[in-house]
Design a protein around this ligand. Structure first.
Ligand SMILES: [Zn+2]
Length: 247
């Protein structure tokens, strides 16, 4: 083979290789688009691979990240499967194991945490809210002012995480008053430091009231799952900010 023939042959083979590679590249890209589109369309209806979980998140938040606040009311026909706790309280069955583990570990530290409130029916929330409104009206506030003040302490019915079964109010047996003094109890100090390990967050921190719309509650813990709880703690953000970051 002289040099010219060799060069021609070499070029021809090289071109073939480039064409095959380009074809394979286009094929892989096409297949990826097809798989992505199918998963996007079926998001929420089938269990998606990890890489598509964000697609599912945007369409329909995972159950543990359900946002409920003054602007986000509980969805109609929200399904809830409750499990009864030993003290007569109940929570969403899916948070039971981690909640129990957190309580057990706190007790193993010699602490005495007490779940004083957990799942609340919509009717119960209405009754609590009305009680708070009445208390303000008894202090001389107008009905409008009383509702505004009450909503800072008791969520307006339909906007309480307690209706989700994913929130618990935990106090110290030694101090069962729901006020700022809770943060001084060893139980709250331990819970605030450790709750993220069990998938819980302190839902209404003092410095996030502007965003959450709820005054500081150093007793209200909300289940969001371990990875979200860890990030929320590490970045010192609240659930609203965390969910905004996922968009
Ligand atoms: Zn609460």
């Amino acid at each position: 083979m002289n040099q010219a023939t060799y060069k021609r042959k070499y070029n021809t083979e090289d071109t073939k290789e480039v064409i095959i590679k380009a074809f394979l590249g286009v094929l892989v890209g096409f297949l990826f688009i097809v798989v992505y589109s199918v998963c996007y369309t079926l998001g929420g209806k089938i269990k998606l691979p990890e890489m598509f979980s964000k697609v599912q998140m945007i369409d329909k938040p995972a159950w543990n990240l359900q946002l409920v606040n003054a602007e986000n009311v509980i969805p109609d026909q929200y399904d809830i499967d409750l499990i009864l706790l030993r003290n007569g309280q109940s929570v969403d069955r899916r948070i039971y194991d981690e909640l129990q583990e957190m309580m057990d570990d706190a007790r193993a530290e010699g602490l005495t945490p007490l779940i004083c409130s957990s799942y609340r029916s919509h009717d119960k929330q209405i009754s609590l809210f009305n009680q708070e409104v009445s208390a303000y009206m008894n202090q001389g506030y107008s009905r409008e002012e009383a509702i505004e003040n009450a909503s800072k302490w008791v969520a307006i019915p339909g906007t309480s995480e307690h209706e989700l079964g994913l929130a618990v109010d935990i106090v110290s047996v030694g101090n069962q008053i729901l006020d700022q003094s809770q943060e001084q109890t060893p139980e709250q100090k331990w819970l605030m430091d450790n709750c993220y390990k069990y998938g819980f967050i302190l839902r209404y921190p003092a410095d996030k009231s502007e965003i959450t719309g709820i005054s500081y509650e150093p007793w209200h813990y909300r289940y969001v799952g371990k990875s979200a709880a860890k990030m929320i703690k590490e970045q010192n953000i609240c659930l609203e900010e965390y969910l905004e970051g996922l968009k």
